[in-house]
Design a protein. Structure first.
Length: 94
């Protein structure tokens, strides 16, 4: 399974970059028809875990130093090139 690591440098945090990166990830997963997506957060990264929880992610378990979280999500977006609306449901891998 392919993996992608997303991180934002300290000096660029708290201005919406991480949220935008996640939005783009969801769009790409939808366009590529990926049925599953997973997220792992380091157990000490409470800020990010709390942010995910506010967005309805739930903890599924732990693997070594990482918390595995999932969220069933329906989202819609328009692509600038084709002006189409896509809907997808993503659920994290367990």
């Amino acid at each position: 399974m392919p993996e992608l690591t997303i991180g934002v440098s300290l000096e660029f945090r708290r201005i919406g970059i991480g949220e935008r990166l996640m939005e783009e990830l969801y769009k790409a997963a939808s366009v590529m028809n990926l049925p599953l997506i997973s997220v792992g957060v380091h157990k000490d990264n409470l800020l990010v875990m709390n942010r995910y929880k506010k967005q309805e992610w739930v903890e599924d378990g732990r693997v070594k130093e990482y918390v595995i979280m999932s969220r069933k999500q329906i989202f819609h977006f328009k692509t600038p090139k084709y002006n189409l609306t896509f809907a997808a449901s993503l659920k994290c891998c367990k």
